[in-house]
Design a binder for this molecule. Structure first.
Ligand SMILES: [Zn+2]
Length: 497
């Protein structure tokens, strides 16, 4: 074990390397791991690393896990670095590469962090994990928890990409629905505290998780024969991945595996939520949070990025830059990446291509520069993006609608099926539906949950309001099935029987 010190980046306090701490117990700041690089150099050289199997764990000496027997792996890392001829030509570049993270076990770069986090908590002896997140991290965590035999509790915000939602369900998590990201996080933390802190609370800025993410930089440098490229472009939400790529580059430089560290780090955000880009442009070091998130790139829509200041420091120290792109530019990038290079990326990942195009157009990147775009997650995480790609092709649009309708019915869930059954017998209102759910179907819900189901069924076009009655101050809305609701109900009954 070569971990020498753990230090808080905010208050500077140091902690014993064997102590359990994910963030600073003193100020909740982000912790950083400092390694005895001199000692590592005595055991590991570039040629030793090159002989090992490609994986996050080939860099074991640079990671905080003590004992190899605690490693929980699904085969993450060791991803391909593509040289892109066709896309490079379109963008007017000569040396364009893609670091294809879509081939990780759950389809996203995040598995690099999760494997280290879950291995480390196995080492600490935890039996369960909990988080209040949706997206790639939730999907990845559930998979690694399953592999490790840990109980996994997820408080899931309602806005979630379909593919990631399917994954989270499939890997067998215990899921509770929360209103939004903040609510999910609060509930998860409360659950951990009420359980006497016997469960490990997962956040994307935990020490062990972040340490795994730096392996992206190790791999890129090794794949270029220990010479960093001129620029690395990274989708940026929490700011963790970009910061850790910079930490990785610095560690390789300090240990002497790199002769230089002249690589520009470029962070790309969506225009609908770009606090790091805005703060960078203002020349400030203190992140200015955004009020709302309005983008299809949900995974990088982080209003107040926890590692934002670290990311800003990495961008400035590396003489890089930060750029934001519109949803339209992101969708175009998804299309061009798939059609020219055979990589189907989720919108958040394609931001790097959209950002690169912008920087080339502005002259901030010159044609001969060696550029790596990190493609962080696969397109099936957010299949809806294909809807925009078939626009104008009537036959495909029609088929897609049919396929999606089928998907919607299987996604509907038992409670909504019961509500449809109740309403199909007679028009009904929220409180009455709640009562029948409990008495006839033994479904115990809180009343607001029933209204939430009703709102979702109404949004999905399966039910509609038929009339309203007012009793004193109380307004009662009645619901009835739409034609579509009726046909979905028949289909669902067929599936059930
Ligand atoms: Zn601190």
């Amino acid at each position: 074990m070569f971990l020498a010190e753990v230090q808080c980046k905010k208050c500077g306090k140091k902690y014993a390397t064997e102590a359990y701490a994910t963030t600073c117990p003193n100020c909740n700041g982000i912790l950083t791991a400092i390694y005895a690089l001199e000692d590592i150099r005595e055991q590991v050289s570039p040629s030793v690393l090159e002989r090992r199997i490609p994986s996050v764990w080939k860099y074991f000496e640079f990671l905080p896990v003590l004992n190899k027997s605690n490693i929980v792996s699904l085969g993450e890392g060791g991803t391909f670095l593509h040289k892109c001829e066709r896309l490079a030509e379109k963008l007017g570049l000569q040396n364009l590469y893609l670091k294809d993270e879509t081939t990780n076990p759950t389809g996203a770069f995040i598995d690099r962090g999760t494997t280290v986090e879950v291995s480390k908590i196995k080492e600490f002896g935890f039996k369960s994990v909990c988080c209040g997140l949706s997206g790639n991290l939730a999907a990845s965590l559930v998979a690694y928890a399953a592999r490790a035999g840990l109980r996994c509790k997820i408080f899931l915000p309602q806005r979630v990409d379909v593919g990631k939602f399917y994954q989270t369900i499939a890997y067998g998590a215990d899921i509770e629905i929360a209103r939004d990201k903040e609510d999910a996080c609060r509930n998860a933390w409360r659950w951990v505290v009420q359980g006497g802190n016997t469960s490990h609370f997962v956040m994307p800025y935990n020490l062990y998780f972040l340490e795994g993410e730096k392996t992206t930089a190790y791999e890129i440098c090794e794949q270029f024969n220990w010479t960093p490229p001129d620029a690395i472009i990274v989708p940026t939400g929490s700011g963790g991945h970009l910061s850790m790529i910079w930490k990785g580059i610095n560690e390789l430089y300090q240990i002497g595996f790199l002769n230089e560290k002249t690589v520009k780090l470029i962070g790309v955000q969506a225009e609908g939520c770009a606090p790091i880009v805005e703060t960078y442009k203002k020349g400030s070091n203190k992140i200015i949070p955004t009020n709302k998130v309005s983008t299809i790139a949900i995974d990088i829509g982080v209003r107040e990025p926890p590692c934002g200041e670290m990311a800003l420091a990495a961008i400035r120290e590396s003489k890089g830059t930060a750029v934001s792109v519109s949803d339209k530019e992101i969708i175009d990038a998804v299309s061009v990446l798939a059609k020219l290079e055979g990589i189907f990326a989720e919108p958040a990942s394609a931001t790097t291509i959209a950002g690169l195009k912008k920087l080339v157009d502005e002259g901030a990147i010159s044609p001969s520069e060696k550029v790596v775009c990190v493609i962080t997650g696969m397109g099936l995480k957010y299949p809806e993006v294909t809807k925009t790609l078939v626009k104008g092709n009537g036959k495909l649009e029609k088929l897609l609608r049919r396929v999606e309708r089928r998907k919607y019915t299987t996604r509907l869930g038992e409670t909504k099926l019961h509500i449809l059954q109740i309403i199909s017998r007679k028009e009904s209102y929220g409180y009455e539906i709640w009562k029948i759910l409990g008495e006839r179907f033994k479904v115990k819900l809180k009343i607001p949950s029933v209204y939430q189901h009703l709102a979702e069924l109404e949004d999905g076009g399966l039910i509609m309001r038929s009339k309203s009655e007012t009793f004193g101050k109380v307004k009662r809305n009645y619901y009835k099935l739409t034609d579509r609701g009726r046909s979905v109900l028949i289909q669902l009954k067929n599936i059930a029987t």
